[in-house]
Design a protein around this ligand. Structure first.
Ligand code: AVI
Length: 328
């Protein structure tokens, strides 16, 4: 087993409060349309609930992408080099990673994730599955360029960004992220990315509002987290989960809707919400293949190969870092 710690610390105040979390919540609650960045949905409980979502029958992206990786793994391996370091962005529990690591000739695996606890857990699981692989976790916000550990710097890199997490960013931030990944991985690198495609609205709504209420619990967990970590007294039971299709932006939006007029405090600041008012907690953009191509190109990546399922529900794309040269 080769597990190296290269963990960066998130900034906390003297009471152990995550300063970035508090700043985002207080700013977001002060806006006309209340909103909290979706990254805060993923504490340990949120990450576990998300894993549970991926097992719900209505949530097709995970099963579809898994099949695409299983079916096309050998071809992906042929299109990538040996002495490879697989760098997974937002690795979470690294559930799909074994599918890739079994196929490509990887000498090292670098999971990059903001959740340290989750990162450590998944690192242990993968180390047991791949005893000869160097696993070098990096606790960092992958939305910015990340400095890769010195021990892998001479390897060729395959970025791995499955799950259509790119869809959780508004398009201009998605392009910024692709550029950051290009900066992190550098010249000659490749990126394997999964993107959820535009489809029938009713299927999308049930995928984000499953019958067992797992997505609802995932969304409401954010309020529990705020209460627990930021000293809040939000009456969680007076909110409910809403999944909406926004046709202009071609995205599913998750909101937490107040069921009655309420008041609460967070970190000593008071907030009020009227019945029907919402806190916007997540966007999940859905793209056509042409839009995926444009997004990647704008982010500094040249798509080399697209794989899709029969119903074109989901796309897996292998792209290479576009050579940097002057424009004509
Ligand atoms: C992580 N991300 C790609 C999921 C999605 O489908 O947008 C998050 C999610 N939210 C609710 N269900 C799933």
């Amino acid at each position: 087993m080769a597990v190296h710690a290269d963990l960066r610390l998130v900034e906390h105040d003297e009471d152990g409060i995550d300063l970035a979390f508090r700043a985002d919540v207080l700013r977001g609650f002060g806006e006309r349309q209340k909103a909290v960045p979706a990254r805060w949905l993923y504490d340990l409980a949120g990450s576990k609930l998300f894993e549970d979502i991926t097992r719900q029958q209505e949530y097709y992206p995970t099963s579809t992408e898994t099949r695409l990786l299983e079916t096309n793994g050998a071809e992906i391996a042929r299109l990538t080099r040996s002495d490879l370091a697989v760098v997974e962005f937002g690795s979470g529990s690294s559930i799909k990673t074994p599918l890739l690591l079994r196929e490509v000739a990887a000498a090292a695996y670098v999971p990059v994730d903001i959740s340290g606890e989750f990162l450590r857990q998944s690192t242990r699981t993968l180390a047991a599955l791949f005893p000869d692989l160097a696993i070098i976790p990096v606790e960092a916000d992958f939305l910015r360029a990340v400095q890769l550990p010195a021990s892998v710097r001479d390897m060729s890199f395959l970025g791995f960004f499955p799950g259509s997490t790119i869809g959780n960013l508004v398009p201009h931030s998605a392009v910024d992220l692709l550029r950051s990944m290009r900066e992190t991985l550098g010249e000659g690198s490749r990126l394997l990315i999964g993107v959820d495609c535009l489809k029938d609205e009713s299927r999308l709504i049930s995928a984000y509002d499953d019958a067992k209420g797992v997505t609802a619990a995932f969304n409401l967990n954010l309020l529990h987290r705020i209460n627990r970590e930021l000293g809040g007294d939000i009456p969680v039971g007076r909110f409910h989960h809403v999944a909406r299709w926004n046709a202009d932006w071609r995205r599913i939006e998750m909101h937490l809707e107040a069921l009655e007029d309420i008041g609460f405090t967070v970190s000593g600041r008071s907030f009020a919400m009227q019945k029907g008012e919402t806190i916007h907690t997540e966007n999940s953009h859905k793209y056509t293949p042409d839009q995926v191509q444009l997004l990647l190109q704008a982010g500094g990546w040249s798509p080399a190969r697209f794989w899709s399922d029969r119903s074109n529900d989901f796309l897996l794309v292998l792209a290479q870092a576009t050579e940097q040269r002057s424009a004509p």
